[in-house]
Design a protein around this ligand. Structure first.
Ligand code: ADP
Length: 285
């Protein structure tokens, strides 16, 4: 790689999708899962994908991860073809099921991707310790996954996804199986972790409040064929617990809900403008 390529990689967006489509041919019929997807996600940006079941959210995430090939269009991750980004471990992935190995300790689960890529034991230990600290599980290094709650297991999965310092985190309903209270706590944690690591996040969810709370932009998708219906910017500033009570948060929820119903969303209105001076004083902006 030349110095110039390095420069290009540094400024390239985290994700670029141009004219992406995906068709699945089954014995009975052909399903157009995605059509005409154009989306650019900046470095460090948090973007949620939301839409009814079957609108292609998971397919889109899997295409970015190079787990599936698009039928049409171009995908670049960190300025590289998706295949190269996968080989370079440019992203981490977390799914709804934490997918941990029950017979390995929490620490050994987090070390797994590093072990697979030949990182030496002392460096693995050190990185796992940092990550356990980051996800608030420093006291649980020696536990095994079945000894942990669902929320704790998801934190281990997130730590594992971050092991190789990816610039991009791909998450497919990672909190979908958690109860509401744990879910909100995990959202707070994720906002903090994304801020501290500077990673861009592409986050699939069915929850409107979750999408609005977490995201810089919410991508609302519509089904048959899966397309982008609206992209809603959320300008709520640094998230705190008060954000969940802020008028701008509710305004965002309404906007996303309207977009999901197929009603037009005025694109001059950014979520967050409805925040009052009192909200700003509380640090919600
Ligand atoms: P979502 O994640 O939004 O629920 P998916 O991306 O899972 O949607 O699926 C989008 C559409 O593509 C659905 O109609 C689904 O049935 C279809 N689909 C997804 N994967 C396959 C596959 N491997 N074979 C056939 N059809 C598929």
């Amino acid at each position: 790689m030349t110095a110039r390529d390095d420069l290009v990689d540094d400024v390239a967006p985290a994700v670029e999708l141009r004219g992406v489509g995906r068709t699945f041919a089954t014995r009975k019929n052909t399903v157009v899962a995605l059509q005409d997807i154009d989306l650019t996600i900046a470095r460090g940006e948090f973007v949620s994908l939301i839409g009814p079941s079957g609108c292609g959210k998971s397919t889109l995430l899997r295409i970015v991860a190079d787990l599936l090939e698009p039928s049409t269009g171009e995908v670049r991750v960190n300025g590289k073809p998706a295949r190269q980004a996968r080989l370079d471990q440019d992203y981490g992935i977390a799914f709804q099921q934490a997918g941990l190995l029950d017979w390995r300790t929490v620490q050994a689960n987090i070390e797994l991707p590093l072990e697979l890529h030949g990182v030496g034991k002392p460096q693995r230990r050190e990185r796992a310790r940092e990550l356990l600290e980051l996800v608030g599980l420093a006291d649980f290094a020696g536990h095994r996954p079945p000894q942990l709650s669902g929320g704790m297991q998801q934190r281990v999965a997130i730590a594992r996804a971050l092991a190789e310092r990816p610039a991009l985190l791909l998450m497919d309903e990672p909190f979908g199986a958690l109860d509401e209270m744990t879910r909100e706590r995990m959202q707070n944690e994720l906002v903090r972790i994304a801020g501290e690591t500077g990673a861009a996040v592409v986050f699939v969810t069915h929850s409107i409040p979750e999408a609005v709370f977490l995201s810089d932009r919410v991508v609302v998708m519509s089904p048959r064929p899966g397309r982008i219906a609206e992209i809603i910017p959320v300008a709520l500033g640094a998230r705190t617990e008060d954000t969940r009570e802020a008028p701008g948060f509710y305004a965002g929820i309404t906007q996303v809900r309207e977009a999901l119903r197929g009603r037009p969303v005025p694109d001059t209105v950014e979520v967050g403008v409805a925040l009052s001076a009192a909200d700003r004083a509380q640090g919600a902006l």
